[in-house]
Design a protein around this ligand. Structure first.
Ligand code: UDP
Length: 429
């Protein structure tokens, strides 16, 4: 437990490229937005005020918005509000940093006790704030270019060298690096040269009040689905890395093997376009048409809150076929709702899903493999029920409170590391 004395009064959280005010599940808004909003609420509840700095993307958004008691979102004007792609954002780092420094300068010295940056773009600004404000920098990468480039989906563009260089710099400057899983921690050490004691592994959480098991029939009725349907669901940003196409191909193969399922099968694809390649919303529709499965696939726009819980509850299986996933919050949320998950065995998913206990891990993206894995859960009600029971238990081992407690410990360690580095620098100056 962190001693109260070391708990920061106020944290500056940098989330340059995406705002916690946005609806996750489309564009650049996903798990990181959920992570930041959930931990910020709890940090505030534990007594650490949070100010989240993000780039303003609309002239309608006021400069400051209260997200929750003790949590402010500061919308910093840096570049045009609309039309800037994530790949163009490195050009706005200076403008964003200037905006953040201006806010701090309006306050008494020492207003922020710690900077926590999310994703490498924010890390760059966090590095500057660390130097300027004399406070520790904690950084969470969420995704790493070298890891992403090692597991690219077909047709996906590799991340540029400029991002790799930017990430390496942030790793070198941060007082603590937060990894979601031990695998990510090892990547930071082995691929980015982080020191082992610089990296802390903190699993993310899940909102166990919102995502609870519930009445599957009521959930299906709410979505206009038949009570006896066999429902597979994909939830997430529609982009090649998330591989919703793997689910569609597997569905076609499944129907070839089990033509009798055609009457009952429903595949829900929930989320909005994001990233490159499949960003044309019609691309997946076209694929479904080519595969001859339009009659079983239903596309839904990004869902929020209780509507999302309803999707998870309605499904027999939630599929997470991603090529890379630093953790995979969707997998945890589905399990918290009592729905088994079939997931690709990549990144954090082997932590998020207990293989053979709360769901299944598939070692690859082959159509046949996926068809078999999905069929094995969706068409065997007794086994599905066993997995469902364990899914809820497994998800309950994660919580945002625990994540936040661990973050507070990390802020305290970062402060110690910051001061010892400062002493060394002063001694050698
Ligand atoms: N999400 C949502 N509505 C949607 C689709 C996704 O709110 O229609 C949320 C989902 O609940 C999850 C997050 O977006 O918390 C996605 O996180 P995940 O770690 O699965 O993937 P990421 O987006 O970080 O790659």
């Amino acid at each position: 437990m962190t001693t109260l004395r070391l708990r920061p009064r106020r944290a500056a959280v940098f989330s340059l490229h995406t705002s916690p005010l946005e609806q996750p599940g489309t564009g650049d808004a996903g798990g990181m937005n959920v992570y930041i909003a959930q931990t910020a609420r709890r940090l505030a509840a534990f007594g650490t005020e949070v100010e989240i700095f993000t780039r303003s993307t609309s002239s309608d958004i006021p400069p400051v918005v209260e997200l929750a008691p003790g949590v402010l979102v500061r919308n910093v004007v840096a570049g045009p509000f609309e039309g800037l792609d994530k790949h163009e954002l490195p050009s706005q780092l200076c403008a964003f940093a200037a905006g953040a420094l201006r806010v701090e300068a309006r306050h008494e010295p020492g207003y922020y006790d710690v900077v926590h940056s999310h994703y490498w773009l924010s890390g760059q600004v966090g590095w500057l704030a660390r130097e300027r404000w004399g406070v520790p920098l904690v950084h969470t990468a969420h995704t790493l270019a070298k890891v992403k480039n090692a597991a690219l989906a077909e047709g996906d563009e590799p991340e540029p060298r400029s991002r790799v260089l930017g990430e390496e710099q942030v790793v070198a400057q941060a007082d603590r690096l937060v990894a979601n899983t031990a695998v990510e921690a090892a990547d930071l050490v082995e691929r980015y040269g982080a020191a082992t004691d610089q990296v802390v592994t903190i699993p993310p959480g899940v909102d166990l009040e919102r995502f609870t098991p519930g009445d599957q029939l009521a959930a299906r009725a709410g979505l206009g689905l038949r009570p006896d349907a066999v429902v597979l669901a994909f939830v997430g940003r529609i982009q090649p890395l998330k591989a919703p196409d793997v689910l569609l191909r597997a569905t076609a193969a499944l129907l070839e093997r089990h033509p009798e399922l055609r009457r009952d099968l429903v595949v829900l694809i929930v989320g909005g376009p994001s990233g490159s390649g499949l960003e044309r919303p019609e691309a997946l529709h076209e694929l479904a048409a080519r595969l001859g499965i339009t009659d079983v696939v239903r596309f839904l726009p990004p869902q929020g809150g209780d509507d999302l819980a309803r999707v998870y509850r309605a499904a027999d299986v939630v599929a997470v076929p991603s090529y890379n996933e630093s953790f995979g919050l969707v997998a945890l949320e589905a399990q918290a709702c009592g729905t088994p998950v079939v997931a690709a065995s990549v990144g954090g998913l082997p932590v998020a899903v207990a293989d053979g206990v709360s769901g299944l891990l598939v070692p690859g993206h082959g159509t046949e493999q996926w068809a078999e894995a999905l069929a094995s859960v969706a068409t065997r009600p007794r086994w599905r029920a066993e997995l469902a029971a364990h899914a809820t238990e497994h998800a309950a081992t994660f919580s945002w409170e625990r994540t936040t407690e661990a973050l507070l410990d990390t802020y305290a360690e970062a402060k110690r590391a910051f001061h010892s580095r400062l002493r060394i620098e002063e001694a050698t100056a």
